[in-house]
Design a protein around this ligand. Structure first.
Ligand SMILES: [Cu+2]
Length: 489
């Protein structure tokens, strides 16, 4: 891994946050965002990043390797008409450009940091070597660069890359450092799912704006950030003209602390085809779908059932008034976040096959250890087994090529913790002593542990090295709700 030398930037934000904490100042009173007319702007698609010519790198490469370069810099985004929003943008785009990779084909991404402070880049969902995973202290200094080596050994899936800087992930992701990384493979290609322009990534982010159009953020609010505006692909409540045919949607909850539960306004169910780790064994028809922070699901919606001219809303009906967790689903308090405008008929050769990808459960007979992680709050910070994250401490050491059972126990009455494990996928074994529903029987990297819940997952260890797992409520993560494990030979 090449690390470019750059000027070492003093983390100025850190000083401000420390000072405010030392002074014991109260949390800021959030402003109400400027008024915006909903459904006035179309849904954009993040641009697909174009490969660059091969460059010299210490990453493993061969003739098929694809090279990319991404420059992170501050630009002004146009989100609220007439009020430019300063954002941190991968390659100057918010949300970041989409990387399309292929199973078995190396990708090298050179990330250049043209922002004022350190950044770290994590490819969420990737099965990557430890020095390309984005450990929270693997800083790319301002003015520097780092090469990330992605072997893409995993099956087709919807990953995303985002910032992972220790203590500043929430702020950096909120400011815009997030983008899609899609992996395709031959199995998926053979299924004839809706593709091309009918394969649409959707990232859901909530934001609150200051009167000048900048994002509001309070670094002392460790419960979790909640916005009062709902953005899809960087636009507040967009509309999306669709043809009368099937579409595949890759849905990502890219919010810091917001949970969603989506319905279609017409009552039409979703056909779920994938989890974070890729295709399910078979499609699952669901009347509604939930997404905890960092979770991904893929669904197919068939708009051919509607007459031309129909408007269909994607509605979030999960009530959430505090960052620490959502309330109930309430269908009388829904917020429409995206409007589909059904147009004319279109040829639709695509299908939803009854069999997608064979699912093999991890072998229980090869589970060599059971570990329990208690999720709690102590001494003003979120903890795992009573401890805050320490980058220099290894909390436990699984052996490579083994399986383990990890039990997450959330003993609180109100806190919800979306837990994310780096390095490889897990399978949910039990949720509150019951088997998971069919939509959770798949490969996953993020799982909700709601108040009072206990969830056990089966983990496999395929690479040697040091990785983290953590709460993906980014404000919880930043006050160190994270743990280090080192996989040993
Ligand atoms: Cu949490």
């Amino acid at each position: 891994v090449a690390v470019g030398l750059g000027a070492v930037a003093w983390p100025s934000r850190h000083v401000a946050a420390q000072a405010a904490a030392a002074l014991g100042v109260p949390l800021a009173v959030p402003p109400a965002s400027p008024a915006v007319t909903p459904f006035a702007a179309p849904l954009p698609r993040p641009p697909v990043l174009t490969p660059v010519a091969p460059f010299s790198t210490t990453c493993p490469t061969d003739a098929s390797t694809q090279y990319y370069e991404i420059r992170s810099r501050q630009v002004a985004a146009s989100i609220i008409p007439g009020l430019p929003t300063p954002v941190f943008a991968y390659d100057g785009v918010y949300p970041g450009p989409t990387i399309v990779a292929r199973t078995g084909r190396n990708v090298v991404v050179r990330h250049r940091n043209e922002l004022a402070d350190n950044i770290v880049v994590h490819l969420h969902g990737g099965h990557n070597p430890p020095d390309s995973d984005g450990f929270p202290t693997d800083y790319i200094p301002s003015g520097g660069f780092r090469d990330f080596c992605y072997p893409n050994t995993e099956a087709a899936a919807t990953h995303w890359y985002h910032d992972h800087t220790m203590d500043f992930t929430a702020l950096n992701v909120l400011q815009g450092l997030a983008g899609f990384y899609l992996i395709r493979d031959d199995v998926e290609d053979s299924l004839n799912l809706p593709g091309g322009e009918f394969d649409v990534p959707l990232v859901f982010q909530d934001r609150r704006f200051n009167p000048d159009g900048s994002f509001f953020f309070d670094p002392l609010d460790i419960a979790g950030y909640l916005g009062d505006r709902f953005l899809v692909n960087g636009v507040i409540q967009p509309f999306f003209p669709v043809a009368r045919r099937k579409y595949r949607f890759r849905m990502l909850n890219g919010s810091n602390a917001r949970f969603y539960h989506f319905f279609l306004s017409t009552g039409q169910p979703f056909v779920q085809i994938a989890t974070e780790g890729g295709l399910l064994a078979a499609p699952v028809t669901r009347p509604s779908v939930g997404l905890v922070p960092a979770e991904r699901i893929e669904v197919v919606i068939d708009f051919s059932v509607y007459p031309s001219g129909t408007q269909v809303f994607l509605e979030n009906c999960l009530v959430q008034t505090s960052g620490i967790g959502p309330g109930p689903v309430n269908r009388s308090q829904c917020t429409p976040v995206l409007r589909f405008d059904v147009g004319g008929a279109a040829a639709d050769p695509s299908a939803i096959p009854r069999v997608l990808r064979p699912f093999t459960p991890y072998p229980l007979s090869e589970v060599v250890a059971t570990r329990t992680f208690v999720l709690d709050f102590a001494a003003g910070r979120w903890t795992i087994n009573g401890l805050p994250f320490d980058a220099s401490r290894v909390d436990f050491s699984p052996r490579v090529n083994t399986y383990e059972r990890w039990r997450f126990a959330n003993t609180s009455f109100t806190w919800a913790h979306p837990m994310h494990i780096h390095h490889d996928d897990f399978q949910i074994e039990r949720r509150n002593a019951r088997p998971p529903g069919p939509h959770e029987v798949g490969f996953k990297d993020t799982v909700s542990i709601m108040a009072g819940e206990a969830v056990s997952v089966l983990m496999r260890f395929s690479k040697v090295g040091r990785y983290v797992f953590h709460c993906h409520n980014l404000e919880h993560e930043d006050v160190r709700m994270m743990s280090v494990f080192e996989i040993t030979p």
